[in-house]
Design a protein around this ligand. Structure first.
Ligand code: FES
Length: 104
């Protein structure tokens, strides 16, 4: 798809918070709000089957709830084992009161 997809309202995610969004026809997306804004990555851990939205966000690092591996949500890169493979990252933009995923 091209164009953009509205993920949520800016007031739906607190700073330091995360939200799982399931855009139609796409894999679930994890939207994170950090001190410098919104970041989006795939929500499914690359190690096994787990939703990162059920884990913990510390700064720009998300920890998987299943085995505790972690990822940098800005680059998608794995930060600690057992995670090795990077998460796919998504460009997001704030427009008005909404947070949008820029489809690629
Ligand atoms: Fe995420 Fe294993 S499923 S660390």
């Amino acid at each position: 798809a091209d164009g953009r997809i509205r993920l949520c309202g800016t007031d739906e995610v607190d700073q330091g918070g995360m939200l799982r969004v399931e855009p139609p026809g796409m894999d679930p997306v994890l939207l994170c709000r950090t001190a410098d804004g919104f970041h989006a990555v795939d929500d499914e851990c690359t190690h096994a089957i787990a939703s990162l939205s059920e884990g913990r966000l510390e700064g720009t690092t998300v920890f998987c709830p299943l085995h505790g591996g972690s990822f940098d949500i800005c680059t998608g890169k794995a930060r600690s084992l057992p995670c090795k493979q990077a998460l796919r990252t998504w460009a997001v933009a704030v427009d008005g009161d909404g947070v949008w995923l820029l489809a690629k």
